[in-house]
Design a protein around this ligand. Structure first.
Ligand code: PBG
Length: 330
């Protein structure tokens, strides 16, 4: 069928027609809200991420309750410890009484149905800011895996629903699965940061979590932004090692990668709408250069359209409010 018999504009004529033929429906169901937990009682605003703060354990519970009320089904927790708690290997990451472990217990008590995901990495806890044990100036893969097993178990003991290994170590998913299963935690799911790129878009997060590396860079473990096929290889490995959810990170500069992974893999896919993506949108909106609310919803819709089932996003709460206001799932 061709013009003039076929006229695509017929189905764009009214809002109710547009609603009927809308291919991607954005809802809070896929949102995962990241929370930064700090020691003490006071929240600390994150300058480069307007609207976001590091919060106390109690503050994390409040945010979790707000998520549940607004229909956001999951949170992911990051710890921001004091410098005194950091060491060369990041041992605070597996402290049974650590920040995220305590926050997880408290959230599970207050909002038992909310899914709590814990990010298993070391950069928040190491003095050098890298994602593992450093030997001869580079992150030592296998030494880091052993510690990852410890972290996964401390998370399981804290009652989390999902462990999310994020360090891009080879074999990290299999190691996490084995560590959990050996101790009887076969029901805890693994969300694998499978295709995580060495991206500049993590800049604001590193301020938020105090994880700027003291030397070098992360290109020996995070992926080269130029590579697409390699993402599929990484994903295949993680699927083989027992991942339950596959993640692509960041989201916006990697929508093609999300789409490819969606075509090739039948596991649920998560995309991380990272700190730099959030900061860019906020900065442009502050200057009046884009319409903030529309930009938030268009951004999240594009990530869903590319093929992500869920989105880790700092916009989760405000987007949930916008969707509620709009009255219809978009
Ligand atoms: C690493 C980690 C990163 C983010 C979360 N955990 C990336 C990094 O610093 O290399 C980025 C999240 C964001 O930018 O929103 N443990």
């Amino acid at each position: 069928m061709q013009f003039p018999e076929y006229r695509p504009r017929r189905l764009r004529r009214t809002e109710s027609l547009r609603r009927l033929v809308r291919e991607t429906r954005l809802s809070t169901d896929g949102f995962i809200y990241p929370i930064f937990v700090r020691p003490g009682n006071e929240p600390k605003p994150i300058a480069s991420m307007p609207g976001q703060s590091q919060v106390s354990v109690d503050g994390a519970v409040k945010l979790a309750e707000e998520c549940w009320k607004l229909g956001v089904p999951a949170v992911i927790l990051f710890g921001v410890p004091d410098d005194a708690q950091k060491d060369a290997v990041g041992s605070y990451a597996w402290n049974e009484d650590g920040l995220v472990q305590r926050a997880c217990r408290a959230i599970k008590k207050a909002v038992p149905e909310l899914t709590v995901m814990l990010d298993a990495c070391f950069d928040e806890y190491t003095t050098h800011g890298h994602c593992g044990v450093v030997t001869d100036g580079d992150v030592d893969n296998d030494a880091t895996l052993e510690n990852l097993g410890r972290v996964a178990l401390s998370f399981a003991h804290a009652g989390c629903d999902v462990v999310a290994p994020s360090g891009m170590m080879d074999g990290f998913v299999g190691y996490t699965r084995e560590s959990l299963d050996e101790e009887g935690f076969e029901n805890i799911a693994i969300m694998a940061y499978s295709a995580k790129y060495a991206s500049c878009f993590y800049g604001p997060f590193r301020e938020a979590a105090g994880t700027a590396s003291q030397f070098g860079h992360r290109k020996t473990y995070q992926m080269d932004p130029a590579n697409g096929h390699e993402a599929i290889r990484e994903v295949d490995l993680d699927v083989g090692e027992g991942a339950d959810i596959i993640m692509v990170k960041p989201a916006l500069a990697y929508l093609d990668v999300i789409a490819r992974v969606h075509d090739e893999v039948d596991l649920p896919i998560a995309a991380y709408n990272v700190s730099g993506e959030y900061a860019m949108l906020k900065a442009a909106a502050e200057r009046g250069w884009i319409d903030h609310d529309r930009a938030v919803l268009e951004t999240l819709t594009s990530i869903r359209r590319a093929g992500a089932d869920m989105i880790l996003t700092y916009h989760a709460l405000e987007a949930a409010r916008l969707l509620a206001k709009a009255g219809t799932a978009r």
